[in-house]
Design a protein around this ligand. Structure first.
Ligand code: TXA
Ligand code: MG
Length: 326
């Protein structure tokens, strides 16, 4: 069922459902989330069940403001405080030490918790209504079935879970790929997942360089082979290889979709072609919707031109590499 995120009565309804321990899919500036109140382990357990997410894989808890982190976190490191001041509300998740007994199910039993303060106006209104009802924060993974592409529109969430799930419609997400995740629990900041906030900006705000990590590294071993995967088989290729591969295609009907910045030769023979935007922020914004459209059109293969080496493309490149690896 769709609720209208611009209608205060619908936002109130969503807040009431969440307060009562029900699931509601919510818009954020990055992607849609499948939310439950984070202080209710039974409500959070429904997320794992509906999504098919392996137990042991922690969820991000969304809070309305930096000081509301205190409901879930303790001894928040200096570097995390600096990143909160610089980027919240916004598309940055911080892993910090967890307060004992708070958000147990959301954290999947870990001693740390991932916190994020989203900026989307609909979720801001939802937080205001939910706070009145005593909800301290919302646990929410991306609102897709486990291993599939994150949803960036309300219709994508309906495609994933059907009409029974309540979805608060906030339109198309601005950022389009998931938040940047920085682990602040190791004494130095570690980039677990690149997003759309430039690395230099994070390092400038942190006051030190970021080291590398991996948010998708299996916490429940062997369960994460297919992440961010469209139904079609995706291949990532340099522009020259893409051009050659297209020239080698025969005339046999092939359900092939091509996503590239250049217009390659050979896209005439029934091959679907879409232009990848030249700007990384625009490419991120439409990436998951484009992959879903190719799937909906029945593509069996998706050939994607590798994005530029530039660090501004790190987030988009990361999602494409994961989709290609599955
Ligand atoms: O933009 C986003 O981050 C979206 C929106 C809905 O906020 N959420 C999202 O959640 O992408 P999800 O569950 O699909 O990805 C969360 C990532 C996972 O890779 C998980 O391993 C990591 O965050 N994570 C969460 N809590 C963690 C923790 N305590 N320690 C390490 N990694 C954690
Ligand atoms: Mg996800």
């Amino acid at each position: 069922m769709l609720l209208d995120g611009t209608d205060p009565a619908d936002v109130q309804r969503a807040a009431e459902l969440l307060a009562a321990g029900e699931l509601v899919a919510i818009p954020t500036e990055t992607v849609y989330g499948l939310a439950a109140r984070a202080d209710d382990d039974a409500a959070v357990a429904k997320i794992y069940a509906v999504k098919g997410r392996p137990v042991g894989h922690p969820l991000i808890v969304h809070v309305a403001a930096p000081d509301e982190s205190a409901a879930f976190a303790t001894d928040v490191p200096e570097v995390a405080q600096r990143l909160m001041r610089a980027f919240w509300p916004g598309p940055v998740t911080l892993i910090v030490p967890r307060a004992a007994g708070k958000g147990d199910a959301a954290a999947a039993g870990q001693g740390t918790i991932g916190l994020r303060c989203p900026s989307h106006s609909v979720v801001r209104a939802l937080f205001a209504a939910a706070r009145q009802l005593g909800v301290p924060g919302l646990a929410a993974p991306s609102a897709n079935r486990f291993g599939r592409i994150s949803p960036t529109r309300a219709a994508h969430v309906v495609d994933e879970f059907g009409d029974a799930l309540v979805v608060l419609d906030g339109g198309a997400c601005d950022v389009g790929i998931e938040s940047t995740i920085v682990d602040c629990t190791r004494g130095y900041p570690v980039l677990l997942r690149p997003g759309m906030i430039a690395r230099e900006r994070i390092e400038a705000a942190a006051g030190e360089p970021l080291r590398e990590g991996d948010a998708e590294a299996p916490r429940a071993p062997g369960t994460l082979a297919a992440h961010y995967a469209p139904k079609a088989k995706l291949r990532l290729m340099p522009q020259q290889m893409l051009t050659s591969a297209l020239q080698l295609l025969g005339d046999e009907p092939l359900k092939l979709a091509v996503y590239s910045r250049s217009v390659p030769l050979g896209t005439a023979r029934g091959v679907r072609h879409r232009r990848m935007p030249l700007r990384p922020d625009q490419a991120a914004q439409e990436l998951f919707n484009t992959l879903r459209e190719f799937d909906a059109e029945g593509a069996q293969l998706i050939w994607v031109e590798e994005p530029p080496e530039d660090p501004a493309w790190d987030g988009v490149r990361d999602r494409l590499q994961r989709a290609a690896a599955s």
